[in-house]
Design a protein around this ligand. Structure first.
Ligand SMILES: [Mn+2]
Length: 373
């Protein structure tokens, strides 16, 4: 709370100063009344206006939320939390923000459908001298990396660790000790606590303590997908070095989620369908990503697909998971298949997602089944 008050005060003081400066300048310009003076004034004005720090991060899991929290702790500013269908809309809006000074983009992978516009939008930000840092661990086209590096985007990309661990490693000096715990929770939920940095972080903490914290955090995130204010509150509390159990009612809420998930097991057993190489199911009353692991596990196949309609976008949000023994990179093949059908997709080798136009969903599943042969 103390930190917040100070921040608010500083913000107010800065605002007041800017207004004062503007008034002073206007008076001066009026007196001078020359075009030259006016031009000079305009230039100074636009320079002093850029003060905002924004972080666009993934809202659907603990990696995205934790990344946003660590960026907030290190650099301040506000988070904009998005899912994949909303990713580009958020970026387009941020590009219009004339007060934006630096932008952080976390845990949001690119696909063949989004990558070119992404580069274009970033280029327009760089033209306006907005600093851009892209931190991610999803599979990415090397050509896109080249283009972003050329634009002098600060690229922190490594497919071997989760995004929050990458944020932690890059900005350790600006973070509290507690930040390593937040990063550990993110690594656990992304199945990456066995990676070089992730495993070292987990060793700092008691394994069971880290597991229950990560799980409770995840259930609160998953259960609040339609409550953006709560997700932003989580980001603030984590940035304030809170443990998940210190945030009011998180364990009670997790218990409700556990109950829902146990009902999900019964529903998946009933509604699951299979093809030769995969199990699949349409999900009606929860997120697809919460059900997909049950679809994978209960189908006995190497790939599980769960999809949920997004009425507002006219698409299906699709979650795909692979078993340990699967030797195909799901993220790469889904990227191609989804793009061919007018959607988008991609991600990791054994966990990825896609956005598929509503009428094409069965075509997508059949094509994926064929590709897995
Ligand atoms: Mn992630």
């Amino acid at each position: 709370m103390a930190a917040k008050t100070t921040k608010a005060k500083t913000a107010k003081t800065t605002k007041a100063k800017t207004t004062k400066a503007k008034t002073a300048k206007t008076t001066k310009a009026k007196t001078a009344k020359t075009t030259k003076a006016k031009t000079a004034k305009k230039t100074t004005k636009s320079k002093t206006q850029r003060t905002k720090v924004i972080c666009i991060s993934h809202k659907e899991d603990a990696d995205g939320i934790s990344s946003a929290a660590l960026i907030r702790q290190a650099f301040g500013g506000d988070a904009i939390l998005v899912d994949y269908p909303g990713q580009m809309d958020a970026l387009r809006q941020v590009v219009e923000d004339e007060k934006l000074k630096s932008l952080y983009i976390c845990d949001l992978g690119l696909s063949k459908k989004t990558q070119d516009e992404f580069v274009e939008l970033i280029a327009s930000l760089r033209k306006k001298r907005v600093s851009v840092t892209y931190i991610d661990h999803h599979d990415i086209d090397p050509e896109i990396v080249k283009q972003l590096v050329k634009l002098k985007v600060k690229m922190i990309h490594d497919i071997n660790e989760c995004t929050a661990v990458l944020v932690y490693s890059a900005f350790k000096s600006k973070l509290t000790d507690h930040a390593s715990f937040i990063a550990t929770c993110a690594a656990i939920t992304d199945y990456m606590e066995d990676r070089p940095i992730g495993s070292k972080l987990l060793q700092i903490y008691d394994r069971q303590f880290a597991l229950i914290s990560a799980t409770v955090l995840t259930y609160n995130i998953v259960g609040h997908q339609k409550d953006p204010d709560y997700l932003l509150y989580l980001v603030e509390e984590l940035a304030d070095s809170k443990f998940p159990h210190e945030i009011p009612n998180t364990f009670e809420f997790a218990q409700i989620q556990v109950e829902k998930l146990s009902q999900m097991i019964a529903k998946v057993k009933e509604g699951l369908k299979t093809m030769k190489n995969l199990g699949y199911m349409e999900i009606l009353d929860s997120g697809a990503s919460g059900a997909v692991n049950f679809v994978l596990g209960l189908s006995g196949k190497n790939v599980g697909v769960a999809y949920k309609e997004r009425v507002d976008h006219g698409i299906y949000a699709v979650s795909i998971r692979g078993s340990k023994s699967l030797d195909t990179h799901l993220g790469k093949i889904v990227n191609v298949l989804a793009t061919d059908l007018g959607g988008s997709g991609g991600g990791h080798d054994k966990a990825c997602g896609a956005v598929i136009p509503k009428p094409k969903i069965m075509t997508f599943i059949k094509a994926l089944n064929k590709k897995l042969n």
